[in-house]
Write a protein that binds this ligand. Structure first.
Ligand code: OKP
Ligand code: ZN
Length: 353
């Protein structure tokens, strides 16, 4: 399997995130990617290369998924943060004030000028630090997703965008959950634009793919599916319920499988089998898998009980769909095990493909 690796990922390395009233060390660290890269190399699971995507092509692909004012914000957020106070150069940017939906009279055309307050226009949590290298890292990551889609359009059976920060929580105009640009959505849209009539996105991360769901919620050409911890108790809390089925032309083209904390292999696999049937019934011609390995029993911030030995069969089940497939790297915070778990799934896919 061809792997596209983000050469700039380490320029995004948050120090601390807000968790239950205090700042704790970030879980989403550069070594996550290094462990996956090294394990794929060790097992010789295909070539690895950086993405080669021109700036204009990348900008066009970003604009297919994200709003212009959001992209403008992201490109300038760090400089604006430092301009607010030179001492901010030593601090990651985190939001602390938000316009809730109840602020009916709020309008973007009179949003605050204060750069710290402006973070709250676009961030939905205080757990996603933004720093000097965030935009460069996120952009290069989106380029990995785009290059993976292009490789599949050119005839590869599958490709893996090995990048961080992750992407599936980023929406058309919002960031959060460690995510800034929605790599999976960018890949899905590129597959559509490259001629695939129906693209399915099957999110297997522990956390609901609220960004991806939102991006495609009113569309019938991209089926979005997510298996995840029940939002009654699990992050990102405000979306991911089973009755969220799409809207307008997209009615019936979003499905969620919220599962209780503690869910083990058998129940998780039963939900996966339903999702796989939905992909087949939709008549998808290509597949995108936001690949989170935080379903693993040893994950420090998640609640499912999958074992390392479960992942090869999950990869094989995905391969059995017989579709050109792009994987994007999402969660997985048991850093020492994330490489083995990712490689197990991707190797299982390759052997069955
Ligand atoms: C990103 B991905 C709540 C702590 C939860 C966010 C978890 C983001 C997971 N304050 N932090 O889907 O793996
Ligand atoms: Zn996750």
């Amino acid at each position: 399997m061809l792997t596209l690796i983000n050469p700039h990922h380490a320029e995004h390395a948050g120090r601390q995130e807000m968790f239950r009233g205090r700042l704790v060390d970030c879980h989403e660290v550069p070594d996550r990617l290094h462990f996956v890269r090294d394990e794929l190399q060790r097992r010789a699971i295909g070539p690895q290369r950086p993405p080669e995507v021109g700036d204009a092509v990348l900008d066009a692909a970003l604009a297919r998924v994200h709003e212009p004012r959001y992209l403008h914000f992201l490109a300038n957020a760090w400089d604006d943060w430092v301009a607010l106070d030179p001492a901010n150069a030593q601090r990651d940017a985190l939001p602390s004030v938000w316009p809730l939906p109840q602020a009916h009279a709020f309008r973007h055309d009179r949003s605050p000028l204060n750069a710290a307050a402006r973070l709250g226009l676009f961030a939905f949590d205080s757990g996603t630090p933004l720093m000097a290298g965030t935009w460069r890292a996120a952009r290069a990551g989106a380029a990995c997703a785009l290059a993976a889609a292009h490789a599949v359009l050119a005839g590869e059976r599958s490709a893996f965008a090995l990048t961080r920060p992750p992407g599936h929580h980023a929406g058309p105009g919002f960031y959060g959950g460690y995510c800034f640009l929605n790599n999976a959505a960018i890949a899905a849209q590129a597959l559509r634009d490259g001629g695939h009539a129906r693209v399915a996105v099957l999110d297997v991360d522990y956390h609901h793919g609220n960004g991806t769901q939102t991006i495609f919620y009113e569309r019938a050409d991209v089926l979005t599916l997510s298996l995840h911890g029940d939002p009654h108790t699990e992050y990102p809390f405000f979306l991911g319920h089973a009755d969220e089925t799409g809207a307008g032309a997209g009615e019936g083209f979003n499905r969620n499988w919220p599962l209780p904390r503690g869910t083990g292999t058998a129940a998780w696999r039963a939900a996966l089998d339903e999702a796989l049937q939905a992909v087949a019934g939709f008549g998808a011609t290509a597949l995108v898998v936001p690949l989170g390995l935080d379903t693993y029993e040893g994950d420090p911030i998640s609640g499912f009980k999958l074992r390392s030995g479960d992942y090869p069969a999950i990869g094989a089940a995905l391969a059995a769909l017989g579709l050109p497939t792009v994987f994007t790297f999402e969660g997985g915070y048991a850093v020492a095990e994330v490489g083995v778990n990712a490689a197990n799934l991707l190797e299982g896919f390759e052997r069955a493909a």
